[in-house]
Design a protein around this ligand. Sequence first.
Ligand code: CAA
Length: 265
Amino acid sequence: MAGDKLSGRVALVTGGTRGIGAAICRSMASQGAAIAAGFSGNTERADQFLKAFDDDYDGRVRATVHQGNISRPEDCRRVVQEVLDQHGRLDILVNNAGITIDKMAMKMSVEDWNTVLAVNLSGSFFMAQPALEHMVDRGTGRIIFVSSVIGETGNIGQANYAASKSGMLGLTKTLAKEAAFLLQRAGKLQDDGIGVTVNTVTPGFVATEMLENVPEKVLDKIRSQIPLGRLCHPDEIARVVHFLAADASAYITGQVWGVNGGLDM
Ligand code: CAA
């Protein structure tokens, strides 16, 4: 499904070299955006991603990769600066990178708790800060958080993950309000403008590597609770993200978009 809804835009996607993040990169590219994909440690995967991307788009869409640990604010600032240096602008930030360390709450160590909160929640904030600064300054931009249905429903074995994903909802609404406020104060909030919006997508259970550690008996139980009776394809998340990233989505801000096969009903 090729189009030009994001033509001339630059999109930075954390955790962009695999799973949902890679699907988001491809979906943005299919609408004409240049891509900057963040990754934490797996250089081999990042190289494979770049190669596959170049093969698919044959140089028509520019893609770069950027290494950093999003739980470190200094890495986040550096990565945003790298994107600005290499692409000249940053229009869309997708805070997609996330991890799980699933354990029953009674068995969850302080480190299990802190690590997941540091990456999923603090990391999203540390990325959003420098990106928002640039976007508010310019008067246009899109920030999209990839939270989870678990942030809305909770889940056995995921106290740390659920708390981090719920936290993203409050963060989204706050940044959405601040962005609108700052634009208005600067006289940049126009009726027909693109503006700066901040939204969240809450995926359900998506068929990616993240599900590999879930015991089969638990996965069967989960599948039986999904009204649509199947797991989600990464592309089904990606198409909602690129919709929210488009200029025409200017009147949608501070919202939570569930893509979960009806799991939260
Ligand atoms: N939903 C329903 N039941 C669950 C469950 C869940 N999420 N997690 C565990 N259970 C049940 C098990 O089926 C089991 O029940 P029975 O005794 O009747 O068989 C019981 O709880 C204990 O489970 P385990 O035997 O597996 O106990 P454990 O201590 O070895 O492991 C656990 C506990 C670490 C929580 C493990 O069960 C587990 O990994 N569960 C899956 C957690 C999960 O759903 N993670 C989602 C990852 S994907 C993701 O996070 C992306 C996203 O946004 C959706």
